[in-house]
Design a protein around this ligand. Structure first.
Ligand code: PAF
Length: 294
């Protein structure tokens, strides 16, 4: 496994590999790797002739006052995990490699896809994500890039960007990996206290309960969301940022669940913001009018 720190060396190595005709898979990360990241890495290693992973805590995607300084890091452990999975290239650029003095170009995906949900609570977050992902894709030029479904809005923003800007990589979105109690894997779970960790598991329980209600025929989003809120608020110390039923393709809010929808949640536990989502497949002809419980 080769560790590369310079942008030009990474670009040269990737260009060389591409010319040999190998399919290149790429997993961009901010490090502090967990089982969710590793499932993306494994998918790439099994599907591609060569796998590159980047580890870069991207400052431009943190809003003012967010956790950039305390974002968890453990490079040594990340490297040993990637080595075990037989990753070929690990790109670990310094901040000044990615954003040298005078850096002034940003990629903005306009519209409701970036303005709503996480975009509403994290100003300029998706601009930072779109910018760094564009830079990484330009450096690596992978055949396939892997993202996790936990960050569904991010994945859709990147898909939009790749399509709008005629970028050539294929975007694959892989299922969310969960702890045994359902909590979605996230580097930020490491911020939680023991009691916070227990309360955090309510997020998946709430989403799953709401999914069950929807799949048993309830299509009224208000009723479905009330079920989720009841689970979340069964304990104190859980603050909801957003909880919404949205359309699967553009994340627009749905008053009634269509055949396929997502239930999206962002929740603060112990001051840590955690996100999750679950797919809902509504039962044909379900109940649209039941307003019980709203
Ligand atoms: O999902 C992440 O870890 C980051 O947003 C990404 C895609 C690596 C860009 O910094």
């Amino acid at each position: 496994m080769k560790i590369v720190k310079s942008v030009s060396e990474m670009a040269d190595l990737c260009a060389g590999e591409r010319s040999s005709g190998r399919i290149m898979g790429f997993v961009p990360t901010m490090g502090y790797l967990h089982a969710g990241h590793m499932s993306l890495v494994r998918a790439s290693v099994s599907e591609c002739g060569l796998t590159a992973v980047s580890v870069f805590v991207n400052p431009t995607q943190f809003s003012p006052g967010e956790d950039l300084k305390k974002y968890p890091r453990n490079l040594e452990r990340d490297i040993s995990l990637l080595e075990k999975e037989k990753v070929d290239l690990v790109f670990i650029p310094e901040e000044r490699q990615m954003y040298p003095d005078g850096y002034s170009t940003f990629v903005d995906v306009d519209g409701s896809l970036t303005e709503r949900l996480c975009g509403a609570s994290r100003p300029r977050h998706f601009r930072g994500v779109a910018t760094v992902v564009t830079k990484l894709l330009n450096i690596v030029e992978p055949t396939i890039s892997y993202f996790g479904q936990k960050d569904l809005q991010q994945a859709l923003v990147i898909r939009r960007m790749v399509s709008d800007l005629n970028m050539k990589t294929i975007i694959k979105v892989m299922p969310t990996v969960r702890e045994p109690d359902g909590l979605a894997m996230s580097s930020r779970n490491s911020y939680l206290s023991a009691s916070g960790r227990m309360r955090a598991s309510l997020i998946f329980k709430a989403l799953d309960k709401a999914r069950e209600i929807a799949e048993s025929g309830q299509r009224n989003s208000g009723v479905i969301l009330k079920e989720a809120r009841d689970v979340l608020f069964s304990q104190e110390g859980v603050v909801v940022d957003y909880l919404e039923v949205v359309n699967w393709s553009d994340l627009s809010v749905l008053e009634y669940v269509e055949d396929k929808a997502y239930l999206m949640a962002a929740v603060f536990v112990d001051g840590t913001r955690l996100i999750d989502n679950i797919e809902i497949t509504a039962k044909a002809g379900g109940n649209k009018n039941d307003k019980t419980g709203i």
